[in-house]
Design a protein around this ligand. Structure first.
Ligand code: HEC
Length: 253
């Protein structure tokens, strides 16, 4: 299964031209990865691209605030119903940060209630509560802020998904096809050439299918991640093989 024609046999000027094309593809890959990072990383208001960012984009996320969930399941049991209600009303208000330690509220200020009812367990140095104070401390506003808000991320709207697919699917499929043809005409073992084709084609199909299927099931965001990585890896490997073929010395066969 060896190609009858190899890229190395092309005239010098042609090989320079092709090298420029491959360079452009590599630059494009780098830009896509960088764009992906900028585009997705701040969706969940935390630095870096997390699984939540991607689940948010492709599926949507609707996580209630842990603080509210805890109170609604009557945690801690010892808490007075009136205090629980004060906290819940505060958490559901639109002045969560303003009123947390509002001095005008006196002993009804959420910070006071938290200090009375929660900190014996939820402070970093607490000996009660099985060490929960280490994982979910509630001592400062910075701690509270992490559990006081629900997180709702809407999946990319359908028309935008379709528009994005129409440009991406055609461009990526064309790129994959061209790279496959080029890689086929290299000297490298069939396994390496086939691997590039497999990663590109199967990766692309999984990636694109994932964009749509992940709307139904959050777990299928992994199809996007796996497929996208395979495609990018296949494209990068393909470029390396093509460049190697173009510029490594001819082999005597
Ligand atoms: C007696 C110790 C104790 C007290 C008092 C206490 N907690 Fe907890 N809390 C725990 C323990 C232990 C857990 C972990 C096990 C669990 O979720 O029940 C926990 C878990 C939580 C969680 C995480 C629940 C989740 O589903 O992620 C939140 C939020 C929380 N507590 C808030 C509070 C608040 C707010 C108060 C005060 C109003 C409070 N806790 C008072 C011991 C305590």
């Amino acid at each position: 299964m060896n190609p009858t024609f190899r890229l190395r046999e092309l005239p010098l000027a042609f090989r320079f031209g092709l090298t420029g094309v491959v360079g452009a593809v590599l630059l494009g890959l780098w830009a896509s990865l960088t764009h992906l990072q900028d585009h997705h990383q701040n969706r969940d208001a935390r630095p870096g691209v997390s699984i939540d960012d991607l689940v948010g984009a492709y599926h949507g996320i609707d996580n209630p605030a842990p603080f509210v969930v805890a109170l609604e399941r009557e945690h801690p049991k010892e808490q007075q119903a009136a205090d629980r209600k004060l906290l819940l009303d505060w958490l559901k208000s639109d002045k969560v940060s303003e009123n947390f330690d509002n001095p005008d509220l006196g002993p009804a200020a959420p910070a006071e209630i938290v200090a009375r009812d929660c900190l014996q367990c939820h402070s970093r140095k607490s000996t009660q509560g099985e060490g929960i104070g280490q994982t979910i401390p509630l001592e400062y506003w910075d701690d509270i802020e992490k559990v006081a808000f629900s997180r709702k991320l809407e999946a990319t709207p359908w028309p935008i998904l379709v528009t994005s697919t129409h440009t991406h699917a055609l461009a990526m499929a064309t790129l994959a096809g061209v790279l496959m043809i080029l890689v086929w005409s290299t000297r490298f073992v069939p396994f390496a050439r086939s691997m590039v084709a497999f990663l590109l084609g199967v990766g692309l199909a999984c990636d694109l299918a994932g964009w749509f299927l992940a709307r139904e099931s959050a777990a299928l965001v992994w199809l996007v991640i796996g497929g996208g990585s395979a495609f990018a890896g296949g494209a990068a490997l393909g470029c390396v093989l093509v460049l190697g073929e173009l510029w490594l010395p001819r082999r005597g066969n």
